[in-house]
Design a protein around this ligand. Sequence first.
Ligand code: NAP
Ligand code: MG
Length: 481
Amino acid sequence: MRKLSAVVPAIIGGERVLTGAAFDVIDPSSGTVVGQVALCGPPEVDRAVAAARTAFRTTWRHVSAAGRARHLRAIAAIFQQHADELAELETLDTGKPLSQSRIDVGFAIRYFEYYANMVEAVFGDVIPVGTDRLTLAIREPHGVTGHIVPWNYPLGLSTRTIAPSIAAGNCCVLKPAEDASLTPSRISELALEAGLPAGVLNCVTGPGGVTGQALVEHHDVDYISFTGSVPVGHRIAAAAAHTLTPVALELGGKSPNIVFADADLDEAAPVLARSIIQNAGQTCSAGSRLLVADEVHDELQGRLVEIFRATRIGPGEEDPDLGPVISAKQLGSVTDMIERGKQEATLLTGGGRAAEPRLAGGYFVEPTLFGDVAPEASIFQQEIFGPVLTLTRFRDIDEAIELANGTEYGLVSGVWTGSISTAHRMIQELDSGQVMVNTFSNGVELPFSGRRKSGYGVEKGYDGLLAFTKVKGAVIAWSRS
Ligand code: NAP
Ligand code: MG
């Protein structure tokens, strides 16, 4: 197994920074230490915010949109040159199957290309007030943006907000999760190699409660983008309220896939399984609740049991269907929820840690399917963030809507039907930020936002770029003298 030869640095003001202290990198496939990352505290956060502020004032806000776009394209190109390295690092750090890491590298590249293409088309407005004045709405960057991301998609989620932020003219301080800091540090380093001016992208590595907290409480940060859990989201929103910093919260989900009797089960079944098995279920938008019409319930249940039992489990570098969950802590929380599920519903397959002796050191969970899951059950209501799917039947479209909207979350919904009317009605009625019909994939183009406990703010698409701007009204009156 691969080990890292040197301590992974923080990236501050264009420099690779080691702090004299470090924390361990754990390979979730084996539970062993494979490297170390520089431990940053409040002094490094101060330095990073100051570097970002200086870069913003002296350099970046003066670079034209076309100039910024050229930098973004150069970054996309260097990611492409290092695609294999980035995918291997991502798999080492998170345990995710190698082909899934390769897809995430593709997303990282695409975010930079997409926002490079788009940024030159962000115009303000000229507002028609009268002939004696010109009234303008000007789009400006926020200034210094703080980005706090979780461990489930370190590459994908870092680039999802950094690319539009830099494109819009901001300078960033990125704080990755302690459990997955390798690729965020590496892409920040590669961006420098691609010619991005020092201080435009900084990366401070360290624990959320210290390093992350220092960033969100910092008085010289102009905007905070947070992706993570609901409890930490509450704390971030409270800290941001104190400094009156605008914040976007992309939080958890308990997303339903709703299968009607007229759905194409041949197409749906593998996608439904993948939507919870991919990344070991550790996806904010995982399809973790399956709601199925009575008429096709038993047929679909049988197919899913078959797919789950045939799932290949193994270390990420072997590129199985299902890798480990991220940490011993996550393993404990997923298996605890499975035990609760056994009290609440019918276990159809899976039900605990993977049994193969060679996997014993890693954090592997079997793909687990529960049937007859009532809407009151904790496994129906709570985000498990593991490869655990609940199955609930419905009689008609009204019951399907009630069940689908029946949790505190509102991130994503999948609808499977052959009827255009059913599709229309479901898009109207589902209280979630995204609705996907006869698919469960969404690219960089689809605006992505949460409802209720899934958070607020928007990422991806054109709206995701505008989020990293603020509007300034200006008026120039005609001089009569
Ligand atoms: P988390 O515990 O909330 O951590 C997220 C990030 O916040 C990490 O970088 C963490 O650092 C940091 N953090 C923790 N405490 C902090 C504090 N007091 N101040 C500032 N930063 C702090 O979430 P997680 O368990 O890593 O990630 C899983 C959650 O993220 C799930 O609920 C999932 O649904 C959600 N998620 C949402 C989306 C979306 O787009 N809606 C996407 C992906 C994931 P450390 O880890 O180093 O402590
Ligand atoms: Mg790790």
